[in-house]
Design a protein around this ligand. Sequence first.
Ligand code: NAP
Length: 306
Amino acid sequence: MTAPLFNRLALIGIGLIGSSIAQAVRARGLAGEIAISTRSEETLRRAGELGLGDHYVLDAADAVEGADLVILCVPVGANEAVAKWIAPALKPDAILTDVGSTKASVVAQIAPYVPEGVHFIPGHPIAGTEQSGPDAGFATLFEDRWCILTPPDNVDKAALERLSNFWTACGSTVDTMDPNHHDLVLAIVSHLPHLIAYNIVGTADDLETVTKSEVIKYSASGFRDFTRLAASDPTMWRDVCLNNKDAILEMLARFSEDLSALQRAIRWGDGDALFDLFTRTRGIRRSIIEAGQETDAPDFGRIKID
Ligand code: NAP
């Protein structure tokens, strides 16, 4: 147990990420009290049943009252409305952050509403699953994962250190970068893979019924690994696409070019080109395992389910 880093934590949005933060904070005693606010009565009631916080309110402004750390955990497209709502109630010297998967657009949505004296430091924990809602959260989600903060140039150093300490205490390693750079990096490591998965699973879904049943039956040969990503929350991913448009279009263009080159190698029977590419990509996976971001167990460590 660490001594509380904050007296009052306010979580606005209590889905997978908000719930995981609440549980990590509880497990490690990182905040004196936790106030929770969400859009719907149903989710708020469920958060209460799960015992995620100390105070539960539908009014987000009430939740942030007196909070020294406020974390917005809503889909990226919802940040402007939330920022506008809570701004007048934010305590001077409070730290305001978020967990959104895109950063430049979130900064543009929130920054204009941040009152003088409040420290706005955007963030993005690089941790998640394909599930959503408060039941999907768990206390260890952020352990051995990265958390990227995109502080403004004139950031208050003490506030940045407090927020970094918070994420470190949740089990993450903190990195800082510029919001546009974050968006470019995430476009390739996260957004493009999800779009490829959505597309391939969509293509399979469009196939004739008889073939579709075979796609499901024989999915263990590769297809099912895409379906995990393609099962991710539609609202979250719609917002990611709309809010990181330029970087995603850039990566999609590069991807299409490389796919054409692959197509050409197959058409021309260029075995060397195929072998070289497949060897290079195998090396990337090895590096990910060595960096502790994946298990080296065969088949992702899946066990047979009877
Ligand atoms: P989630 O499980 O779907 O939960 C979303 C939360 O936001 C719920 O409390 C929901 O409220 C609320 N919400 C939804 N639409 C809203 C709106 N229009 N206005 C106000 N509140 C709204 O989502 P999540 O996976 O926790 O994602 C939250 C944020 O974390 C997103 O910005 C996402 O980009 C980022 N993120 C996600 C992952 C991941 O793997 N999922 C990883 C890293 C970062 P109700 O249920 O009450 O409607």
